[in-house]
Design a protein around this ligand. Sequence first.
Ligand code: AQP
Length: 349
Amino acid sequence: MSAFEPRVFSGVQPTGNLHLGNYLGAIKRFAALQDTHNCIYCVVDMHAITVWQDPAALQAAIREVASAYIAAGIDPKGSIIFNQSQVAGHAELAWVFNCIARMGWLNRMTQFKEKAGKNRENASAGLFVYPSLMAADILLYKGTHVPVGEDQKQHLELTRDIAAKFNNDYAERIAELGLGGEDGYFPMTEPLISGAATRVMSLRDGTKKMSKSDPSDLARINLTDDADTIAKKIRKAKTDTEPLPGDADGLKERPDAANLVGIYAALADVSVADVLKDHAGAQFSAFKPALADLAVAKLAPIADEMRRLKADPGFIEGILADGAGRADAIARPVMQGVKDIVGFLTTRK
Ligand code: AQP
């Protein structure tokens, strides 16, 4: 049994074009976890600026992610919703973790390689140390569980490596100060990656992740798309010519078909096997309209609520301010413990 109180932490970058992958892989599951856990949901604006962001667009995107959280059912009174840059501890702890993480560890991160592309020399240093900041986001609250999509698995492993090295390097000091038991100062955070849509793929190419930055808007369903647009994008989604199989094995080697079936299952809260039981033998000309109806039924209320919230920026900013205060109250003693452990001298209490 871990000595750490269970606490869920996760975040989404305010980089525009929130899409179905962000919803099914992350935000929908954030809402579900509130019934059983204390949850902190962050709009990770400091991560966003690892690549260039227009300042005014960034502010609008921060409000948009917060409004998506609320529209998807996250209760800002029960859970904490805030934006990262309003709690100084994220940057402070990230610096300490930059000094814990090894260059070799960061060099292995596939997301950096993908995002930096061929022009690595020109990528920001922030993009390279992004995983240290992510570890700081989680561990600043001693987060024990992190709901994320499949693409974040490697960063979560790095978070555990950083926590383990910190606990180990400072084990004597942690014990001396009475700041942790056998499990150390930081928990070994567990990723929560589950369900039929942990990796939603592009509607134009079932081998590529659905992504905010895909140049083709037809590749993704945006959370703000209206019903006609959602239906059009599903109609145009790439598929093969075979009918749907009777079981999941029949979807191997059929990435586009597997993607649409996975999306259906996740939206309907059923398994892929259940979807195939109901639709075995169906042609895409029949399955796509059923998927479009389901997607519109699930997503249109979220889009409507986001539009309503967007019209009242003061309301969203009030929630972010309240959340930042509550997050800071948890973060401060954790960060003070880190300062004491590493040997920083604190002269102002
Ligand atoms: N396609 C996806 N399927 C399932 N989950 C996904 N997530 C992102 N894309 C998918 C999950 O959404 C959460 C927030 O992601 P993020 O915005 O912080 O970062 P990201 O992964 O960089 O988002 P994008 O869309 O992929 O942006 P770009 O285009 O910039 O690369 C995370 O839990 C993530 O796993």
